[in-house]
Design a protein around this ligand. Sequence first.
Ligand code: NDP
Length: 471
Amino acid sequence: MTSKQAPMNQESYEVYNPADGSLVGSVPAGTPDDVNNAVSTAWEAFRSWSQTDPLDRSKLLFSAAQLVRADQKDLARLLTREQGKPLRESMNEVAGFARVLEYYASISGTLKGDYGLSKTYGHMMVVRQPLGVCAAIIPWNMPVLIMGWKIGPVLATGNTMIVKPSTTAPLTCKALAGCLYRVGVPESVLQLVTGSGEVVGEALARHPDIKSLSFTGAVPTGIQVAEHAAKTLKKTILELGGSDAMIVCKDADLEAAAKGAVSGRFFNCGQTCTAIKRVFVDTSIYAPFVRRVRELADALQVGNGLLAGVDMGPVHSKRQRDTVHSLVQETVDNRLGTVLSGGKIPDSDPYAMGSFYLPTILTDVDPDAPVMREEVFGPVLPISEFDSISDAIERANATRFGLGASVWTHDMRTISRATQELDAGIVWVNQHLRIPPEVPFGGVKSSGLGRENGRYALFHYLEEKTILIHP
Ligand code: NDP
């Protein structure tokens, strides 16, 4: 099934396991009327939810996190079945969702206002109030964690929320909402409207009574969403992906860097916005680095994510897999790089029904090749070499994206320079891909606008009101 499949009938979308094509479940195909109803219900709920004590909201979020942890195995199995990722990754993602709720539960109500006393103006107060009804549009690649990032700060600040999950991975999001309802979060406070982006997503973006929209997905969709949101004066957060560079310097711990490259690229079958999508290696260690990366990548077990020992599942859809394969083909056909490993669709029996692609390493890749400049959302690792750190930073920045980047070295001068000059929302040193709930997350350039995660997200969901009282 493709990720842009039409509904089987006018009322529902069927969800298929990308590993074997089996039916996992179905969700209703929502309509603009469903969005209108959800918005009025959410405004009604906002009146009382925004007045609840932050401590009570915290208790609910803590209880929900506890329930999610108790149901972790079932939720993870469902996530693997609908999304394809290995069970171990699904377990971590579900735990990550719980951790995000716990984090926001622990800081709910901590963002206070301000006060000053002036002879001229009297008491000068700034209070922070919730916005009202907020919405989120969620993709299929990390639906659980991304839903946590979006609902955590919204619910903690007393706003109400409407979520549109992806049509191809909506089931775990629905089950997670169920966990929140079971502990007492009203269904009117957190609503899910399932259905396509063109219908439900667009109706949310265009709705005049939604105050904030947080979107994660592709750049063209994000721009379209932002245009509609601007016309209705919504605050927007856009997380539009990346083409993260990894710079491996000559003094780097080679083993740690090789392992970092393989896990940073092939995790979630390469379908992560902050995955390592380009590697630049100092010429003096290029050969041993490439050799070790190849050994590690070739050892990855590819298969159905439900099976023990599987390291990498299928690409989420055949459409996505074919896009990835054509980018690899284009690189080879135009002599812009060489396939060292993988580069093909496995054709033997266990893979026949799924959208699998082998872990692929491309070497000696031309820095101007499309695989180096665009976001390749699949298991493809292009590697090239550099002579100087200036050259490496320049190449790392030579993309329209600016989500993340990492530098692997222990030299303080290089660390200081690279962390300043790399054009990205997050820069890692000797690690990649790790994002604790405490830090802000978002990109520069075409990677998006605004920040999610951390206490910084609370600022987005609260509006300052100035009150001046003359005695
Ligand atoms: P999309 O941007 O199309 O989908 C992301 C979400 O937006 C889905 O929920 C989708 O709904 C919804 N959507 C689609 N069209 C609209 C619209 N007109 N108005 C409002 N919402 C809409 O991404 P794709 O799934 O097509 O993936 C394409 C590429 O995007 C990937 O190859 C990757 O490069 C990038 N991507 C980046 C992600 C990231 O983490 N930054 C996540 C996902 C994709 P629907 O259910 O109909 O798909």
